[in-house]
Write a protein that binds this ligand. Structure first.
Ligand SMILES: [Zn+2]
Length: 152
């Protein structure tokens, strides 16, 4: 017996059980339970439909208000930039990605400081090597030990 046949048998059994159940209910109580059941199912269906529709609407509203928000923010940013430039200030984005506004002298100073801190980081990253002959530490770019002359 294949899986499909199994599933089919199960579905058939279920339908037979449902029909038998319906028949039992109908023979005992008449058609009223079916009317009530039908109304209930229709009611639930309508509720679900309405709910999914309102969810879609709120999503659309959210998206459109988000777009408006982004546009408004961009407009106010542009306005702010115009005002700053009118004051003779310059825009500067530092190495952390923050936007700063300052006089040309301040911007030059910030650029110098950022550059200096980047250079410090590069200097810190120089790897030290321990000489296998005398045990002294020396910088990686060197081919041989400055203490004893032995090469790594
Ligand atoms: Zn050495």
């Amino acid at each position: 017996m294949s899986l499909d046949e199994n599933t089919c048998t199960c579905v058939c059994c279920f339908i037979v059980l449902v029909i038998a159940g319906f028949y039992l209910v109908w023979s005992n109580y008449g058609s009223i339970p079916f009317v009530i059941g039908g109304v209930l199912i229709a009611g639930i269906g309508v509720l679900l439909l309405r709910n999914s529709r309102s969810v879609k609407q709120t999503q659309q509203q959210k998206e459109s208000s988000k777009t408006i928000e982004v546009i408004n923010r961009r407009i106010s940013e542009e306005k702010y930039e115009r005002e700053q430039r009118a004051k003779g200030l310059e825009k500067y984005v530092n190495k952390s990605g923050n936007t700063l506004w300052g006089t040309p002298e301040q911007v030059a100073e910030w650029a110098r400081m950022d550059k200096a801190s980047v250079e410090v980081v590069i200097k810190k990253e120089i790897v030290k090597i321990r000489c296998q002959y005398c045990g002294k530490l020396y910088n990686e770019p060197l081919d041989s030990c400055p203490n004893c002359g032995g090469s790594g």
